[in-house]
Design a binder for this molecule. Structure first.
Ligand SMILES: Nc1ncnc2c1ncn2[C@@H]1O[C@H](COP(=O)(O)OP(=O)(O)O)[C@@H](O)[C@H]1O
Ligand SMILES: O=P(O)(O)OC[C@H](O)CO
Length: 496
């Protein structure tokens, strides 16, 4: 049995491929950014062919960089930007239009109509999702209604729909296999997370013909093998999960109550809730985490729009730092925030506040305020937003967490990680492995083909980089009170 796994991590801004060995060690990585297309305000598209060409390009490069041959690769795992919607012609394999990306808001008004028509409770009950343009269903409907001839072609059975995982599998197998996994299906808003199947009533609400839909599979099984022309070997494609669910698995949050937070541009926090979906009363999303060997795990998810992006704003907008890493020194130059509180609602507030009209605001400025106080307040705001989502999760799950596992670009910041622990009054654990999303997909694939016998075997590979123990001081408690007041004020401002 070969011991190398090729993980394809197809993200929003770049395609990456990573080779792991059976010890979970990264041997080679290749990455390529691709074009972001903004045809109109609020619209975001990708060229599905460029997604494919960049992904297959980096896959080949990673194999070469690792100094192995395709014959040495035991399996492929796929993880991907979720919800992004692709429709292609079954015969030609050509996408009929650009992919509509998860960030695209063109269907927001249709979502408002659905809500006004009272459809949200039913949709939420079945899918675990709030009605929002974020998810695939309204994007797919938009394509069928707006691309010339699309609906007729779909009704004639000539079109296929897929999220990015489906598209990659279809291309890798040269059009033989049209599938998705449960975690990606659960982000479409067409999938019933209780019955784990496409839902007729939802298909009817969104006017989607069943013939376009991929078959829904588990997250860890052999779906097919790469077609002869792709690599010089037929490699089994054996694991799929949406990127945030893959990171949850990569963090080995495999038991109910375990939580990970990924600190990238924004933050995505997921709590494993075990074999039953927990329906949120606090504006979180309920999603399928994965299905392995007929066992399904669900998760609660909360997303924060501005996390590392605040650091980018300090760099590119305010110009008070030249590189992201300079924030460490600037924020450490003062002892505390000097009374400054920053609410980073630059694009509204995400979970659990969901206020699309909120605006970014800085409170507590005085003649003594320095750029270091602003930098510190910016970092602290990431920690408070995470706290708000986590408290909502704990309330929904009726459970207090013991530790938070963290990953993503902003976790290099020790000041932020320590403050996160202080604010949560919980240990924050940063693992050694950096690529948790890619490794999650590699684990799912490797489990299916026997690289690892079971999850227990994988757990032995878990290595901690640093644990940040909490110091929940009176100062921190006062800061939290100030933050809550600031969020209230921001929400109030939007009503004035
Ligand atoms: N030292 C740092 N402190 C805080 N944030 C940082 C630091 N270095 C990088 N970042 C932030 O991390 C983010 C990039 O993380 P990454 O996981 O690559 O994000 P994404 O996957 O969303 O592109 C950027 O928003 C950047 O500002
Ligand atoms: O590609 P990322 O890392 O920005 O993740 C995107 C998410 O999957 C969207 O739901």
């Amino acid at each position: 049995m070969s011991k190398y796994i090729l993980s394809l991590d197809q993200g929003t801004s770049s395609s990456r491929a990573i080779i792991f060995n059976d010890e979970g060690k990264q041997l080679a990585v290749a990455q390529k950014e691709f074009t972001q297309i903004y045809p109109q305000s609020g619209w975001v598209e990708h060229d599905a062919m460029e997604i494919w060409s960049s992904q297959i390009g980096v896959a080949t490069e990673a194999v070469i960089k690792a100094r192995i041959s395709p014959q040495d690769v035991a399996c492929i795992g796929i993880t991907n930007q979720r919800e992004t919607t692709i429709v292609w012609n079954k015969q030609t394999g050509e996408p009929i239009c650009n992919a509509i990306v998860w960030q695209d808001r063109r269907t927001a008004s249709f979502c408002d109509e659905l809500k006004a028509a009272g459809k949200e409770p039913l949709i939420k009950e079945k899918t675990g999702l709030m009605v929002d343009a974020y998810f695939s269903a309204t994007k797919l409907k938009w394509i069928l209604d707006n691309v010339e001839g699309a609906r007729a072609e779909a009704n004639a059975g000539n079109l296929l729909f897929g999220t990015v995982d489906s598209w990659l599998v279809w291309k890798l197998t040269a059009g033989k296999v049209h599938i998705t996994d449960v975690s990606n299906a659960s982000r479409t808003m067409l999938f019933n997370i209780h019955t784990l199947s496409w839902d007729d009533e939802l298909l009817s609400i969104f006017d989607i013909p069943e013939s376009v839909l991929p078959e829904v599979k588990s997250s860890s099984e052999v779906y097919g093998e790469t077609a002869g022309a792709i690599f010089s070997a037929k490699i089994p494609i054996a694991g799929i999960a949406g990127d945030q669910q893959a990171a949850l698995f990569g963090q080995l949050c495999t038991q109910a109550g375990m939580v990970k937070n990924t600190y990238g541009t924004g933050c995505f926090m997921l709590m494993n809730t075990g074999n039953k979906p927990v329906m949120s009363k606090n504006n979180l999303v309920t999603t399928v985490a994965w299905k392995i060997n007929n066992e399904v795990h669900y998760a609660l998810e909360g997303s924060i729009f501005m996390a590392g992006a605040i650091v980018q704003w300090l760099r590119d907008g305010l110009g008070i730092i030249k590189t992201s890493s300079e924030i460490d020194d600037l924020a450490s130059a003062c002892e505390d925030n000097g009374g400054v509180v920053l609410v980073p609602a630059f694009t509204g507030l995400g979970a659990p506040h969901w206020n699309p009209y909120a605006k970014g605001t800085i409170f507590g400025l005085s003649r003594g305020t320095k750029s270091s106080h602003i930098a510190r307040a910016a970092l602290e705001s990431i920690a408070y937003q995470t706290m708000d989502v986590l408290k909502a999760m704990e309330a929904d799950a009726d459970f207090a967490i013991k530790e938070l596992r963290v990953d993503g670009g902003a976790t290099v910041n020790n000041l932020l990680m320590q403050y996160q622990a202080d604010v949560l009054d919980t240990s924050v654990i940063r693992p050694k492995a950096a690529e948790l999303t890619a490794i999650g997909a590699a684990y799912l694939a490797g489990l299916a083909v026997g690289v690892w016998a079971n999850i227990e075997e994988i757990k032995k590979q878990w290595e901690v980089d640093q644990v940040f123990e909490p110091a929940h001081t009176t100062q921190v408690q006062n800061n939290i009170i100030q933050w809550k007041k600031a969020v209230q004020a921001v929400n109030h401002w939007t009503t004035l």
